[in-house]
Design a protein around this ligand. Structure first.
Ligand SMILES: C[S@@+](CC[C@H](N)C(=O)[O-])C[C@H]1O[C@@H](n2cnc3c(N)ncnc32)[C@H](O)[C@@H]1O
Length: 200
């Protein structure tokens, strides 16, 4: 994993140490915004957004080894200093992330698990959201996207049940790149939905 990889288990992370000083250059001043991107897939959106938003420090995690390798290669090739990558299950990583340390958590198109008997495997479920929300600072955002209607409804229900979270469906933000996954969903006639919840 070299310079840009972070272990999925271990001591709590200090983002000052993880991202180092001066990572922002002139673009971000002293503002350090750490964003957790869960399940980045092949990583094309993560890389594009990290390049467009150099003031954001992106910690990306995925279990899929080829995607992790693709992001590490792109980080190296493009000289991105604001991206770190974890290979593994996000549930194992959560203990390493200090409470109220994140400006945003992004979960774009988590695995849909469409069959009724598989629904318990969906990432956006009450016990996971209860662990994610305390990692966000006040004003921090949980940004979700899905192309599965009943998953969008599940996301709404799960988030609305958390005290101190406010939000719902938003218009698709222009800055969120269309990935191959989303393009296929659109081509197959599904309608992606974005939801943003803010910690109040
Ligand atoms: C449907 S893909 C979407 C990828 C990407 N976000 C996009 O929009 O194209 C879901 C991704 O989540 C990853 N994933 C699923 N469960 C995960 C978990 N528990 N921890 C980390 N990554 C996970 C999968 O490996 C896969 O790459």
């Amino acid at each position: 994993m070299g310079t840009w990889g972070i272990g999925v288990t271990g001591d709590p992370l200090s983002f000052d140490v993880v991202f180092g000083d001066g990572v922002f250059g002139d673009a971000g001043g002293d503002v350090r915004e750490v964003v957790l991107d869960i399940g980045f897939g092949s990583g094309e959106a993560l890389i594009e957004v990290a390049e467009l938003r150099p003031h954001e420090c992106v910690l990306g995690i995925d279990v899929h080894t080829p995607g992790v390798a693709a992001v590490l290669e792109a980080v190296q090739r493009r000289g991105l200093r604001n991206v770190r990558v974890v290979e593994g299950d996000v549930i194992d990583l959560l203990e390493r992330i200090p409470e109220r340390s994140l400006a945003a958590i992004r979960v774009f198109f988590p695995d849909p698990w469409p069959k009724r008997r598989q629904r318990g495997r969906r990432l956006i479920r009450p016990e996971i959201i209860k662990r994610l929300v305390p990692l966000l600072r006040t004003g921090g955002t949980l940004h979700l996207a899905t192309d599965v209607d009943d998953y969008a409804a599940q996301m709404c229900a799960v988030c609305e049940a958390v005290p101190g979270l406010a939000g719902g469906v938003i218009e698709r933000p222009a800055w969120r790149p269309i990935t191959r996954y989303e393009r296929r969903a659109i081509d197959e006639g599904r309608r992606p939905v974005d939801l943003v919840y803010i910690v109040i």
